[in-house]
Design a binder for this molecule. Structure first.
Ligand code: BT5
Length: 235
């Protein structure tokens, strides 16, 4: 187990985010489940480990104790697709490098080091963000090869990363839709000119975002489709 597991200094995080409600847990099933217990906008739920970490569409998120950042932030509701993009941007900015695979996986050298899940709950959105920080290995049967910041030579404490993440989530979720779409388009190599396969099986070249933040894909026969659900994989 990485040393940082023994020393997560939640007090230093709270001191740097004064006035912010941050609930830290040694172990949770999922920060998404704990967040649902009290949907106070702005509340941050963090766990050292998750025993039932969630991915999208019922998938699982590996949440090794002390090796990653497992966070949920409660947001006042906004249009979901654009919020999804803003959360990917926030995670990438907190990490300080990487590409974003639409809608919001952060990849470093083509490997996934952060994932985002957003759930609508009453009139809020629970934004769940997982960042791989200090893992030294991953199973090889994951959908996309995985990596951690440590494996990629990015050195950052989980405390600094959490403070940056909360600040960037605040900043990006306050931007207008146009600003988010512009920044996402400038940041992600997946927005245009990338040959991809969509989870539905459709294949083509990406050709921009629609005004709601959905990805457009042009098939070889010229048909353009808006991808409303499911991820994309490079071909
Ligand atoms: C995601 O799902 O990428 C969203 C992950 C969100 C995790 C956070 S942690 C805090 C909060 N509380 C939770 O319970 N969840 C959120 P998706 O795109 O469906 O990716 C899941 C897939 O990625 C899995 O099916 C695996 O193949 C792979 N995977 C699982 N754990 C991984 C990890 N730690 N790093 C990289 N890939 C992983």
């Amino acid at each position: 187990m990485p040393n940082s597991a023994l020393h997560f200094n939640i007090d230093s995080v709270k001191a740097r985010l004064p006035g912010r409600r941050i609930d830290w847990f040694k172990s949770l099933d999922s920060t998404m489940i704990e967040a649902r217990r009290d949907l106070q906008p702005g509340r941050v739920v963090v766990a050292e480990e998750q025993t039932a970490g969630m991915g999208r569409h019922g998938r699982k998120w590996l949440s090794e104790p002390g090796a990653g950042l497992y966070v949920s932030v409660i947001l006042a509701a906004k249009p979901v697709p654009v919020i999804m993009l803003s959360l990917g941007l926030a995670a990438r900015r907190a990490i300080g490098c990487g590409d974003i695979r639409w809608p919001n996986d952060v990849l470093i050298n083509g490997k996934k080091c952060a994932g985002v899940l957003a759930q609508l709950e009453a009139d809020t959105i629970i934004a769940g963000i997982g960042i791989n920080v200090a893992q030294t290995e991953f199973p090889d049967d994951l959908e996309t090869p995985a990596t951690s910041l440590l494996l990629e030579g990015v050195t950052v404490s989980r405390e600094d990363l959490l403070v940056a993440l909360v600040e960037f989530v605040d900043r990006y979720t306050r931007l207008s839709s146009d600003e988010i779409l512009r920044e996402f388009t400038n940041t992600s190599t997946y927005v245009s000119g990338k040959r991809v396969r969509v989870e539905t099986g459709l294949q083509g070249v990406t050709c921009g975002l629609d005004p709601a933040g959905f990805l457009r894909v042009r098939e070889d026969n010229g048909t353009e489709t808006t991808i409303l659900a499911g991820g994309v994989r490079p071909l």
